[in-house]
Design a protein around this ligand. Structure first.
Ligand code: NAD
Ligand code: ZN
Length: 381
């Protein structure tokens, strides 16, 4: 089958690979119909995530059709159209019982933090991803969700990660009616966080970014105010001035670690023991929120060195909330928002490329070229 193949930082290509097979009685094999590239894939692509092995297949945001099921699968049958949350989770461990599916204990037992994730390195369990014609879906009765007839497939694929993650970012921000929420990053996650902040009753939503076309997009999609961070001096002072001297009630980090550390490494040729990521947005979030406010972090940070101003966070009595999104928990509510016409997730899809063009697709999304917001890869049918 055709699949994306990782060859090292900034190098991916289409490759013929063996088709996956049922390995456990509760597996399913899914024929992929849509597979997005996520900002999280860029951390892999930039070489920021430890134990990302050459030859691996990325992809954790996909829809598909069930092709085969293992003997103990009961809920899915061949031919079902499914959306598959990016978390691989058992549904029954200590964490899953608390709906913390992103922290499942059984699907990545060697790790202390994250659970299993499709196509996200051996740090996240070493599972093959869905930027391929076929993918093995473990615990098939637990994660995959049958796509209802009234939900379009392009909206469904955004329910596997980007929309629920933006939504959870807003939920973790503990927004009260009328609150001012500042969101760092106008990628898909920040865009969905902005829209979700309104759905949760925010009184004012401000998005910080530096790429003009993304600022334009989020203003249109989420009717929010924006700040181009290249045009302001000190971010915290700027936001204080905009908020009667208090600061924002909540700040959301939808950026995560940036490729700065990787660039440093390749420019200097010095092999760093840790891979540095720049945590600028997190600094700004902590410094721009009001005292007693909430900082919600969904931006991904590898196990890297980041000089986080934790002292300021303590002195300000902040609540810091952060997690991998628990996709499945949000699906019923998000489908209701779609049905009620409050949001059309697929509007963020700007690029649709055949899987054969995976190399161009990563190049465009990583470089923020050609007004790209979200890219969908379509495998050959
Ligand atoms: P993206 O790369 O499309 O968007 C990130 C945006 O942040 C870019 O537009 C970039 O210009 C902007 N940016 C960079 N530095 C900034 C700064 N200092 N201040 C404000 N904006 C800045 O990525 P995305 O798909 O939107 O994902 C965003 C983050 O969310 C990534 O770190 C990704 O790994 C993470 N993520 C987390 C989860 C989760 O479950 N926690 C799920 C999906 C994605
Ligand atoms: Zn993702």
């Amino acid at each position: 089958m055709l699949a994306m193949d990782y060859r090292g930082p900034y190098r991916v290509r289409p490759e013929q690979k063996p088709e996956p097979v049922i390995e456990h009685p509760n597996d399913a094999i899914v024929r992929v119909t849509r597979s997005c590239i996520c900002g999280s894939d860029l951390h892999l692509y930039h070489g920021m995530v430890p134990d990302t092995r050459i030859g691996s297949t990325f992809g954790h945001e996909f829809t598909g059709v069930v092709e085969q099921v293992g003997p103990s699968v009961e809920r899915l049958k061949v031919g079902d159209r499914v959306l598959v949350p990016f978390n691989i989770f058992c549904g029954s461990c200590f964490f899953c019982q608390r709906e913390l599916y992103g922290n499942c204990h059984n699907t990545n037992p060697e790790a202390t933090a994250v659970g299993g994730i499709y196509g996200y390195s051996h740090t996240a369990g070493g599972y093959d991803g869905g930027q391929a014609e076929y993918v093995r879906v473990p615990l098939a009765d637990v994660g995959p969700t049958i796509i209802p007839d009234d939900i379009e497939i392009d909206d469904a694929v955004l329910l596997t990660d980007a929309f629920p993650t933006g939504y959870q970012a807003a939920e973790m921000a503990e927004i009260d009616e009328g609150d001012t929420v500042v969101i760092f990053g106008a990628g898909p996650i920040g865009i969905f966080a902005a829209k979700s902040a309104w759905l949760m009753g925010a009184g004012r939503v401000i998005v910080v970014e530096h790429i003009e076309y993304r600022l334009d997009f989020v203003r249109r999609f989420a009717q929010c105010e924006t700040i181009n961070f290249r045009e302001v001096g000190d971010m915290a002072i700027h936001i204080k001035k905009m908020t009667d001297g208090l600061g924002a009630d909540a700040c959301i980090d939808a950026v995560g670690c940036e490729a700065a550390g990787n660039a440093l490494q390749s420019l200097t040729g010095i092999k760093l023991k840790w891979q540095a990521g720049s945590a600028t947005a997190l600094h700004w979030a902590i410094n721009s929120v009001r005292k007693g406010g909430v900082v919600s972090i969904v931006g991904v940070y590898g196990p890297t060195f980041n000089a986080v101003p934790i002292g300021n966070a303590i002195n300000k009595g902040l609540t810091l909330r952060m997690n991998q999104a628990s996709v499945k928990r949000h699906l019923p509510r998000l489908m209701e928002h779609i049905r009620a016409g409050r949001i059309k997730p697929s509007e963020v899809i700007t690029h649709r490329l055949p899987l054969e063009e995976v190399s161009d697709a990563y190049h465009i999304f990583s470089g923020k070229l050609d007004n790209c917001i979200k890219t969908v890869l379509v495998p050959p049918s």
